[in-house]
Structure formats: structure tokens, C-alpha cells
Design a protein. Structure first.
Length: 104
């Protein structure tokens, strides 16, 4: 995927429809190119190294932005991530309502 001359130089390295909508509602024109990162592996490694949930979310966002920026060298690439922390448990966004119900 190449940015055209008249295309925005802003790329979202996320498949999140909520993030896309937020940026578009702010009046920004952007390309969406989700990063292909093994998030589960990064989280396991981060936890093994004793990183906090905040630092892990930032690490994931940075990895996504770096990966996608290789493809779009002249663009501003936004990498995002979030992790829910409840007690000592880290939670990912559930795939569907059934999965969400498994973790009360």
C-alpha cells in the first residue's frame, strides 16, 4: 500500500474501529494499516521482564508504530494499545460477548 500524493500523511497502525472513528470525528484524514504484532508474546515477555501494564501498553504501541512506519516512511504513524488491569490480572479486549462473560 502506497500513500498517494494527495493522501493524508497520517497512518493508524491499528484495526480499532473506535480509534478510527475518534480520529475521523476530529476531522483527520488517515490511512488504516493494522500492524501484525504477536501481542500475546510481547505481553508474556514484558511480564517476564517485570514491566508494568502501562509500560507494556506503551511498548506495544511503539512496536506497532515502528513496524508500520517501515512501510510508510514519509507518514506520521500512530501506534496505540491499551490493557485493562484489574487487581493483578491483565485483560485483553474480548473477541465477543461470550468471551467477555467468561471473565466476570
Amino acid at each position: 500500500m502506497n500513500l498517494q500524493a494527495d493522501a493524508p500523511a497520517l497512518v493508524l497502525a491499528s484495526a480499532s474501529s473506535a480509534r478510527q472513528a475518534l480520529l475521523r470525528q476530529a476531522g483527520l484524514r488517515l490511512e488504516v494499516y493494522p500492524a501484525q504484532i504477536d501481542e500475546a508474546q510481547v505481553k508474556r515477555s514484558a511480564r517476564g521482564e517485570g514491566l508494568s501494564v502501562d509500560d507494556t501498553a506503551v511498548l506495544l504501541a511503539e512496536l506497532k508504530a515502528l513496524q508500520v512506519s517501515r512501510r510508510f516512511a514519509d507518514a506520521l504513524v500512530i501506534g496505540c494499545d491499551q490493557i485493562l488491569l484489574c487487581g493483578a490480572s491483565w485483560f485483553d479486549k474480548p473477541i465477543d460477548v461470550a468471551e467477555a462473560r467468561l471473565h466476570p
